[in-house]
Ligand binder design. Structure first.
Ligand SMILES: Nc1ncnc2c1ncn2[C@@H]1O[C@H](COP(=O)(O)OP(=O)(O)OP(=O)(O)O)[C@@H](O)[C@H]1O
Length: 781
């Protein structure tokens, strides 16, 4: 598959820093970038690929089989190794052995952490510092380098500590050190009183002290960026000219087996205690956030990295077969930056948020030989990644207005939290991590295909900057102190938010009571509305049923008519066939008879001539006989001549007798022949009778078919009667008298159970003619 996709290159993307000049360039961009953010932009989701180098063990176990080839800065080719399923499939003629994928940018195994940060995160951190929200998530199989990319090693930090460095570099000298303004809900800020501030400070001190035993040596840092930050101390001076102040807060949580756990919750961190799970709620703007999540104020990258280390200790790590330090959960580290006005009691000008999500490995269960808890984990990991994939596919599909489909964001905790970013809350970017091992080729290919789809998602980013979005500030009781829109009351905002998981803890007791009353009233009006809706639905269902019945009626009538026509046609055809067969038989028989009795013409004429000659001779003889008689009676003729004549006559008579005998023999022969023919005819007649009997049986079968057709006709008539009853029922429902308590389906059921009243059956005018025709046809047959 070639996943090449030309992404829209927006102005913000054009200036990748190819060299390693870092903070100066970043800061310059920071000062000029806020104007860009005030317009809505659309861009393809940025998807970066990072290929990790082989470990020594991998090289020793022949994992290096040239599976991954980086062709240029944005195209990578994957070649299936010989033992992979992809290669087996290719040999069977399914799929290809080489796949090419395009990414926003590809980073090879030699890429340093600094290079990777420069090439991927610059835009996002710049936007974040200017007030825009951002999300970065890493995706890949286990052991592909996701955690390494985000967190890095103690000596060489990943994108997280490096981003923090840039942010702190940006706000240096403008940090608001008090902790009395704290992130609250999705995008708001809570103003803490003195006691609360003390509590905050104690909590932070306690958290940080928990890492003291391990010492600073394990703490992560951005490594070389540290020095760069100090080199750029002039930033403080620059910032000083800006009257605004900034306050930075962090949180760290994980989604493990579809439960959200606070990784900075010290009490739950103790071994024997069951960790409390946190809920995901929607704020008044419909943005999802983790309720009761702990936020800690940070004043430097070091503090943030220590907090990250503490959270890491609580993270659900388990050793899988593929990675000894495998993350079994999705972990999300979030930084919130509050932009405040100048002075001791500043007002909040804006809040921006940047989340870095280290997704759990996307390996499949069989590969890692997972069992028990590990199998359950893998199931949950795969499920949430599957839903992420579904969301990304649906978002991609949704870009075509004709194919827009439901995006199942709410089907997993992870996608619920990602939803705002895919719906314009801020910039999102995906980092795909792969290793080059032959044994994980199939999984890697799967990851790449997922990324190819993700790269086609176009993000619409709402205009955002600190100046653009002012948050609400609430007091310690959760009541709004200041609001962006003065004409929008708390009640208005809350009444907009009727989601099933609304966070009601932000209301005071009086507000709650008032809210309950309002809700009661709302419930009554909702119920009324529901009744009306139910009636409407009933009516619609009735109409739908009626339409269905009409359709059924039409379909069955048509089918019956077709059946009747076909049967009639078949019967008529058969009848014609039998008639033809009988005619043919009679004709053949007559021809056979003719052939038997046929006498050639010349023979016949010869016979005729013979007969004529005989007749003539007989006449002559009769004349002579008469002459002789006259002579004998005294005509004076001599007795000798008479006796001669007599002799001659006798002779002639004898000859005639012989002829007569011959003729008799002939007659006898003819009679014998006639008898023979008669016998043959009788036999043939018997055979014909047998044949006729068979045909009669077939006709009887056809008659029973016709009777079945008549029965079907009768059942259609009965269905029509039922249809009439349903029509009446529907018209009764239309006329009113709703029975809301009975329920929709019981009413449908009743309408279906109505016994058809025979008296009401009205046959259509053409039915008798059909029956009459059929009967006439059968009678005819
Ligand atoms: N670019 C890299 N250069 C050097 N080593 C790396 C690189 N990427 C990852 N590694 C090493 O590879 C190993 C696995 O990396 P990592 O733990 O970050 O993987 P992962 O994808 O987060 O795994 P999991 O999903 O199981 O947590 C680690 O030992 C890490 O140090």
């Amino acid at each position: 598959m070639d996943a090449r996709e030309e992404s829209v290159v927006l102005p913000a993307e054009q200036g990748f820093l190819q060299d390693q000049s870092t903070c100066d360039a970043t800061r310059d961009t920071l000062t000029s970038d806020s104007s860009v953010l005030n317009t809505q932009t659309s861009q393809s989701l940025k998807v970066y690929l990072r290929v990790r180098p082989f470990s020594k063990t991998e090289l020793a176990s022949n994992e290096s089989q040239d599976c991954v080839t980086i062709e240029n800065s944005d195209i990578v080719a994957l070649r299936a190794p010989k033992d992979s399923s992809a290669m087996r499939n290719c040999e069977r003629g399914i799929g290809q052995s080489v796949h090419k994928f395009t990414f926003t940018r590809i980073f090879g195994e030699d890429t340093t952490q600094a290079e990777f940060f420069e090439g991927t995160m610059k835009d996002l951190v710049v936007s974040f510092a200017s007030g825009q929200n951002g999300l970065v998530f890493t995706y890949g199989v286990t052991n592909a380098g996701k955690t390494f990319t985000i967190q890095g090693s103690p000596k060489d930090g990943g994108i997280l500590p490096r981003s923090l460095d840039v942010v702190f570099d940006h706000i240096r000298g403008r940090q608001y050190v008090k902790m009395n303004l704290k992130p609250y809900l999705g995008n708001d800020v809570m103003k803490l009183d003195h006691a609360q501030v003390k509590h905050e400070e104690a909590m932070k001190a306690s958290l940080l002290s928990s890492l003291k035993e391990d010492g600073a040596k394990t703490a992560l840092s951005s490594g070389n960026l540290q020095s760069m930050a100090s080199e750029n101390d002039t930033a403080a001076d620059q910032g000083g000219s800006d009257q605004n102040q900034f306050s930075a807060w962090v949180s760290f949580f994980e989604i493990y087996n579809e439960c959200v756990y606070d990784l900075l919750d010290q009490f739950s961190a103790s071994k024997n205690q069951k960790r409390p799970t946190l809920k995901i709620c929607d704020d008044q703007l419909g943005t999802s956030y983790v309720k009761d999540l702990k936020w800690f104020n940070i004043s430097s990258t070091e503090e943030a990295c220590k907090i990250l280390q503490i959270g890491n200790k609580n993270r659900s790590l388990a050793s899988t077969k593929m990675n000894q330090q495998s993350s079994r959960s999705h972990s999300i580290f979030t930084i919130r930056l509050l932009k405040l006005s100048h002075g001791d009691d500043p007002s909040v000008l804006g809040v921006s948020e940047m989340s870095l999500c280290d997704l759990a490995g996307s390996e499949r269960c069989n590969k890692t030989q997972t069992v028990g808890d590990r199998l359950k984990e893998a199931g949950n990991i795969n499920n949430s990644l599957l839903i992420l994939g579904k969301c990304i596919a649906a978002l991609k599909q949704g870009q075509n207005p004709k194919k827009a489909s439901y995006v199942p964001f709410r089907e997993s905790k992870l996608t619920r939290l990602f939803q705002p970013f895919f719906c314009g809350k801020g910039k999102a970017c995906m980092i795909v991590n792969i290793n080059q091992c032959a044994s994980t080729y199939d999984e890697t290919l799967h990851v790449m295909k997922f990324s190819a789809v993700a790269k086609q998602v176009v993000q619409t980013i709402q205009p955002q900057s600190f100046d653009f979005m002012s948050p609400r500030i609430v007091g310690k009781d959760g009541k709004v102190i200041t609001d962006i829109e003065a004409n929008v009351s708390m009640e208005d905002l809350l009444s907009e938010d009727e989601d099933e998981e609304v966070d009601i803890s932000i209301l005071s007791a009086e507000d709650l009571l008032r809210k309950i009353e309002e809700l009661k009233e709302k419930l009554v009006s909702e119920r009324q509305g529901k009744l009306v809706l139910e009636m409407q639905i009933r009516k619609e269902m009735g109409e739908a049923m009626y339409q269905q019945m009409v359709y059924l009626d039409e379909t069955w009538s048509k089918r019956f008519e077709d059946f009747r026509e076909t049967t009639e046609e078949q019967l008529e055809n058969r009848l014609e066939m039998y008639k033809k067969a009988i005619k043919n038989h009679a004709y053949r028989h007559a021809v056979e008879e003719l052939e038997t009795d046929y006498v050639p013409l010349d023979e016949f004429q010869a016979e005729q001539e013979k007969v004529e000659a005989r007749d003539q001779r007989i006449e002559e003889l009769e004349i002579m006989l008469g002459l002789h008689k006259r002579l004998a009676d005294g005509d004076g003729s001599s007795p000798d001549s008479t006796s001669v004549a007599l002799d001659a006559l006798t002779k002639r008579c004898q000859e005639k007798d012989k002829v007569i005998i011959g003729l008799r023999v002939q007659i006898q022969n003819i009679r014998d022949e006639a008898d023979l023919k008669e016998r043959r005819l009788t036999e043939e007649n018997d055979m014909l009778k047998q044949h006729l009997k068979i045909k009669e049986q077939e006709i009887r079968g056809l008659q029973s078919l016709a009777e079945r057709a008549i029965q079907l006709e009768a059942s259609v008539t009965e269905l029509r009667a039922q249809l009439d009853d349903s029509r009446k029922l529907v018209s009764t429902m239309d006329a009113g008298e709703p029975k809301p308590k009975k329920g929709l389906f019981s009413s449908i059921k009743n309408s279906m159970n109505v016994t058809p009243k025979k008296s009401k059956i009205v046959e259509k005018p053409e039915e008798p003619s059909v029956l009459t025709r059929k009967r006439a046809l059968l009678a005819r047959k």
